[in-house]
Design a protein around this ligand. Structure first.
Ligand SMILES: NC(=O)c1ccc[n+]([C@@H]2O[C@H](COP(=O)([O-])OP(=O)(O)OC[C@H]3O[C@@H](n4cnc5c(N)ncnc54)[C@H](OP(=O)(O)O)[C@@H]3O)[C@@H](O)[C@H]2O)c1
Length: 180
């Protein structure tokens, strides 16, 4: 048994989640709307644990304030992760592989994981563990950067749940990963 596992991510039209140097300022082109969060808060409230790669953690640490309140966050890394004192009540590190981590978290009572970071998402996809992908496409081409998707050993068939567009040009699609 494993928790439900979801991805909720924004990409450029050419499929990047960050510039080659990790920059994500292009996510705010067009400017963020004060009244539209593209369903993020509603999604976030259904999640009991975030799992993110070390690169994403390091980027999020540069945001002020920390955006995830007291929600438990697990940072994946094969090295020692420095967790600032003010986050040690909610952030832990792990080097487990996706299947081991998902099994442990299920046993601990976690029921819905939000997995973030390109390499990390790719690892969970390759392990056949992702249930749902919500992808919000920003109307911009970057020409290069950190890709959302990567190599797979086998196809991952998807079923479209919905697609919606916003007046500012963002297009959001949600897919369920079809059973293999
Ligand atoms: N556009 C968006 O919505 C969005 C969302 C999230 C992130 N981002 C951006 O994407 C960039 C980061 O993505 P990324 O693809 O470079 O990396 P990432 O997935 O955030 O982090 C990759 C690192 O996580 C660790 N890791 C992943 N899976 C692991 C496992 N099973 N076991 C142990 N360690 C594991 C490894 O760390 P070690 O090297 O320490 O071993 C790996 O190098 C950042 O610039 C971030 O801001 C954008």
């Amino acid at each position: 048994m494993k928790p439900r596992i979801s991805v909720f991510v924004a990409t450029s039209l050419d499929g990047y989640i960050a510039r080659p140097d990790g920059g994500v300022e292009w996510l705010d082109v067009p400017p963020p709307s004060p009244t539209e969060d593209y369903g993020f808060q509603g999604f976030f409230e259904t999640v009991d644990t975030l799992v993110m790669g070390r690169h994403t953690f390091e980027k999020v640490l540069s945001f002020d304030p920390w955006p995830y309140a007291r929600k438990p966050v697990i940072v994946l890394s094969r090295r020692v992760v420095e967790i600032p004192a003010h986050l040690q009540h909610c952030v832990t590190a792990s080097s487990e592989n996706p299947a081991e981590l998902a099994s442990r978290l299920w046993v601990e009572g976690r029921r819905h994981l939000y997995v973030d970071g390109g390499i990390t998402i790719q690892g969970f996809l390759a392990a056949g563990l992702v249930d749902e992908l919500t992808i919000t496409r920003i109307p911009i081409l970057l020409g290069g950067g950190v890709p959302l998707f990567g190599a797979l050993l086998q196809d991952v068939p998807l079923t479209l749940q919905f697609s919606r567009s916003f007046a500012n040009g963002l297009v959001q699609t949600r897919y369920r990963v079809s059973l293999r």
